[in-house]
Design a protein around this ligand. Structure first.
Ligand SMILES: [Zn+2]
Length: 208
Protein backbone atom coordinates (compact mmCIF):
# COMPACT_ATOMS: atom_id res chain seq x y z
CA UNK A 1 0.00 0.00 0.00
CA UNK A 2 2.65 2.44 1.05
CA UNK A 3 4.94 1.33 -1.78
CA UNK A 4 2.14 1.73 -4.33
CA UNK A 5 1.67 5.29 -3.25
CA UNK A 6 5.35 6.11 -3.62
CA UNK A 7 5.51 4.52 -7.06
CA UNK A 8 2.53 6.52 -8.27
CA UNK A 9 3.95 9.72 -6.92
CA UNK A 10 7.20 9.01 -8.76
CA UNK A 11 5.39 8.25 -11.99
CA UNK A 12 3.39 11.47 -11.87
CA UNK A 13 6.54 13.41 -11.22
CA UNK A 14 8.14 11.86 -14.31
CA UNK A 15 5.01 12.55 -16.34
CA UNK A 16 5.15 16.24 -15.57
CA UNK A 17 8.87 16.81 -16.01
CA UNK A 18 9.95 14.33 -18.68
CA UNK A 19 7.09 15.02 -21.02
CA UNK A 20 5.45 13.24 -23.92
CA UNK A 21 7.41 10.03 -23.84
CA UNK A 22 6.56 9.12 -20.26
CA UNK A 23 2.96 10.30 -20.71
CA UNK A 24 2.71 7.87 -23.60
CA UNK A 25 4.26 5.13 -21.48
CA UNK A 26 1.78 5.66 -18.71
CA UNK A 27 -1.10 5.70 -21.18
CA UNK A 28 0.09 2.41 -22.62
CA UNK A 29 0.26 0.99 -19.14
CA UNK A 30 -3.25 2.18 -18.38
CA UNK A 31 -4.48 0.66 -21.61
CA UNK A 32 -3.11 -2.71 -20.55
CA UNK A 33 -5.71 -2.76 -17.83
CA UNK A 34 -5.67 -2.62 -14.09
CA UNK A 35 -2.01 -3.18 -13.40
CA UNK A 36 -0.81 -2.50 -9.86
CA UNK A 37 0.31 0.94 -10.87
CA UNK A 38 -3.01 2.01 -12.40
CA UNK A 39 -4.85 0.70 -9.34
CA UNK A 40 -2.55 2.90 -7.31
CA UNK A 41 -3.31 5.79 -9.64
CA UNK A 42 -7.04 5.36 -9.01
CA UNK A 43 -6.39 5.35 -5.28
CA UNK A 44 -4.46 8.57 -5.71
CA UNK A 45 -7.40 10.15 -7.54
CA UNK A 46 -9.83 8.99 -4.83
CA UNK A 47 -7.57 10.42 -2.12
CA UNK A 48 -7.42 13.67 -4.09
CA UNK A 49 -11.22 13.87 -4.31
CA UNK A 50 -11.58 13.17 -0.57
CA UNK A 51 -9.04 15.89 0.25
CA UNK A 52 -10.92 18.32 -2.01
CA UNK A 53 -14.25 17.51 -0.30
CA UNK A 54 -12.71 17.97 3.16
CA UNK A 55 -11.23 21.29 2.04
CA UNK A 56 -14.62 22.43 0.67
CA UNK A 57 -16.36 21.49 3.94
CA UNK A 58 -13.69 23.40 5.89
CA UNK A 59 -14.24 26.51 3.73
CA UNK A 60 -18.04 26.34 4.10
CA UNK A 61 -17.91 25.86 7.89
CA UNK A 62 -15.43 28.73 8.17
CA UNK A 63 -17.87 30.95 6.31
CA UNK A 64 -20.72 29.85 8.59
CA UNK A 65 -18.56 30.60 11.63
CA UNK A 66 -17.93 34.13 10.45
CA UNK A 67 -21.51 34.71 9.40
CA UNK A 68 -22.80 38.01 10.71
CA UNK A 69 -26.52 37.35 10.31
CA UNK A 70 -28.39 37.63 13.61
CA UNK A 71 -30.92 34.82 13.35
CA UNK A 72 -32.80 36.06 16.44
CA UNK A 73 -34.49 38.51 14.04
CA UNK A 74 -36.31 37.12 11.03
CA UNK A 75 -35.31 38.41 7.61
CA UNK A 76 -37.73 40.98 6.16
CA UNK A 77 -38.42 40.70 2.42
CA UNK A 78 -35.30 38.52 2.22
CA UNK A 79 -33.15 41.17 3.93
CA UNK A 80 -31.32 39.82 6.99
CA UNK A 81 -30.39 41.62 10.19
CA UNK A 82 -26.61 41.64 10.52
CA UNK A 83 -24.15 42.41 13.28
CA UNK A 84 -22.01 44.48 10.94
CA UNK A 85 -22.58 47.45 8.65
CA UNK A 86 -21.54 47.33 5.02
CA UNK A 87 -19.88 49.97 2.91
CA UNK A 88 -19.89 47.96 -0.34
CA UNK A 89 -23.15 49.60 -1.40
CA UNK A 90 -23.92 52.65 0.74
CA UNK A 91 -26.46 55.24 -0.37
CA UNK A 92 -28.94 57.52 1.36
CA UNK A 93 -32.43 58.70 0.59
CA UNK A 94 -34.60 61.06 2.64
CA UNK A 95 -38.15 60.32 3.76
CA UNK A 96 -40.90 62.67 4.91
CA UNK A 97 -44.15 61.17 6.19
CA UNK A 98 -47.32 63.24 6.27
CA UNK A 99 -50.66 62.28 7.83
CA UNK A 100 -53.59 64.53 6.93
CA UNK A 101 -51.12 67.19 5.88
CA UNK A 102 -49.13 67.07 9.15
CA UNK A 103 -45.51 65.96 9.17
CA UNK A 104 -44.84 62.83 11.24
CA UNK A 105 -41.39 62.08 12.60
CA UNK A 106 -39.57 59.15 11.06
CA UNK A 107 -38.13 57.55 14.19
CA UNK A 108 -34.51 56.68 14.83
CA UNK A 109 -33.55 53.02 15.04
CA UNK A 110 -35.78 51.68 12.27
CA UNK A 111 -34.05 48.48 11.14
CA UNK A 112 -31.81 48.35 14.24
CA UNK A 113 -33.82 46.15 16.64
CA UNK A 114 -32.65 46.42 20.26
CA UNK A 115 -29.38 47.80 18.94
CA UNK A 116 -28.38 44.20 18.24
CA UNK A 117 -28.10 44.16 14.47
CA UNK A 118 -28.82 46.21 11.38
CA UNK A 119 -31.07 45.51 8.46
CA UNK A 120 -29.54 46.81 5.24
CA UNK A 121 -32.11 49.65 5.32
CA UNK A 122 -32.17 51.60 8.58
CA UNK A 123 -32.33 55.00 10.29
CA UNK A 124 -29.69 56.16 12.75
CA UNK A 125 -31.55 59.28 13.90
CA UNK A 126 -34.94 60.95 13.47
CA UNK A 127 -33.71 63.16 10.60
CA UNK A 128 -35.60 61.05 8.02
CA UNK A 129 -32.43 59.81 6.33
CA UNK A 130 -32.75 56.21 5.17
CA UNK A 131 -29.35 54.54 5.24
CA UNK A 132 -28.97 51.76 2.68
CA UNK A 133 -25.88 49.74 3.51
CA UNK A 134 -25.68 46.45 1.69
CA UNK A 135 -22.99 43.88 0.93
CA UNK A 136 -23.94 44.04 -2.74
CA UNK A 137 -25.22 46.64 -5.16
CA UNK A 138 -28.90 46.11 -5.94
CA UNK A 139 -32.15 48.06 -5.95
CA UNK A 140 -34.06 48.62 -2.72
CA UNK A 141 -37.61 49.88 -2.44
CA UNK A 142 -39.72 52.07 -0.20
CA UNK A 143 -41.87 48.99 0.49
CA UNK A 144 -38.88 47.12 1.91
CA UNK A 145 -38.11 50.07 4.18
CA UNK A 146 -41.73 50.27 5.39
CA UNK A 147 -41.78 46.50 6.03
CA UNK A 148 -38.55 46.77 8.07
CA UNK A 149 -40.12 49.73 9.91
CA UNK A 150 -43.14 47.60 10.79
CA UNK A 151 -40.93 44.67 11.86
CA UNK A 152 -38.51 46.49 14.11
CA UNK A 153 -40.70 47.72 16.90
CA UNK A 154 -40.75 51.47 16.45
CA UNK A 155 -44.15 53.14 15.95
CA UNK A 156 -45.75 51.95 12.73
CA UNK A 157 -46.33 54.30 9.83
CA UNK A 158 -50.06 55.05 9.48
CA UNK A 159 -51.55 52.62 7.04
CA UNK A 160 -55.17 53.67 6.52
CA UNK A 161 -55.54 53.45 2.79
CA UNK A 162 -52.90 53.76 0.12
CA UNK A 163 -50.48 56.63 0.61
CA UNK A 164 -49.66 59.14 -2.10
CA UNK A 165 -45.97 58.85 -2.95
CA UNK A 166 -43.85 61.70 -4.25
CA UNK A 167 -40.27 61.27 -5.46
CA UNK A 168 -38.29 64.49 -5.67
CA UNK A 169 -41.53 66.47 -5.58
CA UNK A 170 -43.25 64.51 -8.35
CA UNK A 171 -46.22 62.22 -7.59
CA UNK A 172 -45.58 58.66 -8.76
CA UNK A 173 -48.08 55.92 -9.54
CA UNK A 174 -45.87 53.08 -8.26
CA UNK A 175 -46.87 51.17 -5.15
CA UNK A 176 -44.63 51.08 -2.08
CA UNK A 177 -42.98 47.82 -3.16
CA UNK A 178 -42.27 49.19 -6.66
CA UNK A 179 -40.88 52.56 -5.62
CA UNK A 180 -37.10 52.30 -5.94
CA UNK A 181 -34.89 54.24 -3.52
CA UNK A 182 -32.12 56.00 -5.41
CA UNK A 183 -29.22 57.93 -3.90
CA UNK A 184 -30.32 61.36 -2.57
CA UNK A 185 -33.99 60.87 -3.45
CA UNK A 186 -36.44 62.98 -1.47
CA UNK A 187 -39.38 60.66 -0.82
CA UNK A 188 -42.75 61.83 0.51
CA UNK A 189 -45.23 59.35 1.89
CA UNK A 190 -48.57 61.11 2.37
CA UNK A 191 -51.58 59.51 4.06
CA UNK A 192 -54.95 61.22 3.95
CA UNK A 193 -54.14 63.48 1.03
CA UNK A 194 -51.20 65.47 -0.23
CA UNK A 195 -49.58 67.97 2.15
CA UNK A 196 -49.95 71.68 1.34
CA UNK A 197 -46.26 71.85 0.46
CA UNK A 198 -44.46 68.83 -0.94
CA UNK A 199 -40.71 68.79 -0.25
CA UNK A 200 -38.85 68.12 -3.48
CA UNK A 201 -35.24 68.18 -2.32
CA UNK A 202 -33.20 67.34 0.75
CA UNK A 203 -29.81 68.84 1.44
CA UNK A 204 -27.65 65.92 2.51
CA UNK A 205 -24.61 66.62 4.63
CA UNK A 206 -21.25 66.41 2.89
CA UNK A 207 -20.20 62.80 2.35
CA UNK A 208 -23.67 61.28 2.63
ZN1 LIG B 1 -25.26 55.63 5.95
Amino acid sequence: MHNDYNEVKGKNYKGITVGKKSEKESKEKQDKGLSNKSKGNNKFIVIGIIVAIIAAIAVVSYKLDTNTIDTAFAAVDGIPCETQEYSTYHIHAHLDVFVNGQRNTVPAGIGIPQNKCLFWLHTHSSDGIIHIESPKERQFTLGEFVDIWKATGSPLPPSNGDPIIFVNGVPVTTKLQDTVLNAHDEIVLAYGGAPPQVPSFYQFAEGL
